[in-house]
Write a protein that binds this ligand. Structure first.
Ligand SMILES: [Zn+2]
Length: 499
């Protein structure tokens, strides 16, 4: 099936001196031709030869010069089992991490009683994500002695059900401690469950949250145990790591890097670090001392969760610091870094939606970076083109789903995965105010289309519908109807009187 996306802006061309509108031709899931829209219209001249749309093979999308075509979006880090959960939880009081963990654990005890609900919530998250422009995601699903394999079973079902429209990577994840208690010297039941889960067909990554362990020694043991599981199963490693702003808590990152070298970590398996808020306390010298070298390590900032959770103090007169990874700084240092949503509608992140693009305007505020010069730099230099990349190509790369330097200009032969933003004509506009109306394309096929409908009382010719006997009517037609009925009635009366 062929698809042509006409009269669209391309992010790579803006500021390059070769701007204008483009047509992107796709066939069999790949881009086959990219050309100036003007060239295309000349080729079709004289216009009388142009076939009507219903007779042309394939499908056409016409952006009419108002939209921009971006690489499709990716959730580098999202929890599909504990989303849309707030309605099932008791009210939040402190908002602390401990409260979120406790309330979520209570909710998890009810998962097994209503598996349809676990499926429905995950289904809603994926559906909304695709409508936003997402065609790939890494889904974290919890495995522990509360939920067992219930969340994993549902995630595998969702992965299968959405296989035609979205790449779903499953990361089995221990949010709870791997040690049974603070005195335990050896790994407990949760580690055993995680080990068994990591063997399941369809699992791509394994991970944990070492910071939830009771002691520093257990935290290090948690880290090395999950790394060993990933190595043994040849899986990606995905860690919720160093989620603190406490300067007295030393980061585990240097220990992780050391272990990756000692174990000769394979280059084809990604190590993804989520949160990492402790690194916001790093000085430049600390970043200099960090020896990542050629290790396949990527960082994922989760600002909606990080900024909700981190840096809380009893003194409400002082706002908490921006406790989230300094993404532009890290990107400028050549580190691989992405932005992601993490949680939607749960005690860890009550606010926000499943739209990765909302992280762009949020990022501009967090990083205080929207100067024209910086935006131009972001446009023309492929490396630090941070914001869009962070929710599209860099996000895919950070979870091992594509090359880091994937080209922003669709090239012949490239996978035809795009999101068309219909009301953003530039990267600047898409970053600062991403539009609602979007079309999601995966493998050269339209997989979702979202349109906004606007009505305002100031729009004189577009009146709101009125209802008569439950039927929507337009008053102008209604008046004409009664005039016609009146004339007809008068004529009939006249006829009767004549008779
Ligand atoms: Zn997470």
């Amino acid at each position: 099936m062929a698809l042509v996306i006409r009269n669209v802006h391309l992010p790579s061309q803006q500021g390059s001196g070769d701007e204008g509108l483009w047509n992107v031709h796709c066939q069999k899931g790949r881009v086959v031709r990219v050309e100036h829209a003007a060239q295309s219209s000349r080729r079709l001249a004289p216009r009388v030869l142009k076939l009507p749309a219903f007779l042309r093979p394939g499908r056409e999308l016409d952006a009419r010069g108002k939209g921009i075509l971006l690489p499709s979006l990716c959730h580098a880090h999202i929890h599909i089992d504990k989303c849309f959960l707030l309605d099932q939880c008791r009210p939040l009081r402190s908002g602390s991490f401990e409260e979120a963990l406790k309330i979520t654990s209570e909710a998890k005890t009810r998962f097994a009683l209503n598996m349809d609900d676990v499926y429905a919530r995950g289904h809603r998250l994926i559906t909304e994500s695709i409508a936003n422009g997402v065609t790939s995601l890494r889904a974290h699903v919890e495995v522990d002695n509360i939920v067992g394999f219930d969340c994993l079973d549902i995630a595998l079902q969702l992965k299968s059900d959405f296989a035609r429209v979205c790449d779903i990577q499953i990361a089995v994840f221990a949010q709870d401690p791997l040690f049974d208690d603070a005195d335990a010297a050896s790994l407990g039941a949760n580690h055993d469950l995680l080990s068994r889960a990591s063997r399941r067909e369809g699992v791509s990554a394994v991970g944990s949250a070492p910071y939830v362990e009771h002691t520093p020694a257990q935290q290090q043991h948690n880290l090395s145990a999950v790394l060993a599981l990933a190595l043994a199963r040849d899986l990606h490693l995905d860690l919720h790591l160093d989620y603190t702003l406490d300067p007295a808590t030393p980061p585990l990152l240097p220990i992780l890097l050391e272990q990756l070298r000692q174990t000769h970590w394979p280059a084809h398996r990604k190590v993804t670090i989520g949160h990492g808020t402790r690194y916001t306390l790093f000085a430049a010298a600390d970043w200099d001392a960090l020896d990542i070298g050629d290790l396949p390590v990527a960082f994922v900032a989760l600002p909606q969760s990080d900024m909700y959770m981190m840096g809380r103090t009893a003194d409400q007169a002082r706002l908490a610091p921006r406790g989230t990874l300094p993404v532009p700084y890290m990107a400028a240092r050549g580190l691989e870094v992405a932005l992601s949503v993490n949680n939607v509608d749960n005690p860890f992140t009550p606010q926000g939606s499943a739209d990765p693009l909302v992280l762009c305007p949020l990022g501009v505020a967090i990083y205080q970076d929207a100067t024209e010069e910086t935006l131009r730099t972001l446009l023309v230099r492929p490396g630090p083109w941070i914001y869009q990349k962070c929710v599209s190509t860099a996000a895919k790369s950070s979870v091992g789903l594509g090359a880091r330097e994937a080209l922003l200009r669709p090239e012949p032969g490239a996978q035809a995965d795009f999101v068309l933003l219909h009301d953003n004509a530039s990267v600047r506009s898409a970053v600062l105010d991403p539009c609602y109306t979007r079309t999601t394309i995966r493998g050269g096929v339209v997989v979702a289309s979202r349109r906004g409908v606007e009505w305002g009382a100031w729009q004189a010719r577009k009146t709101a519908p009125a209802y008569v006997f439950g039927v929507p009517v337009r008053w102008d037609i209604w008046i004409v109807f009664w005039v016609v009925v009146g004339l007809w009635g008068g004529w009939r009366v006249g006829v009767l009187l004549d008779a």
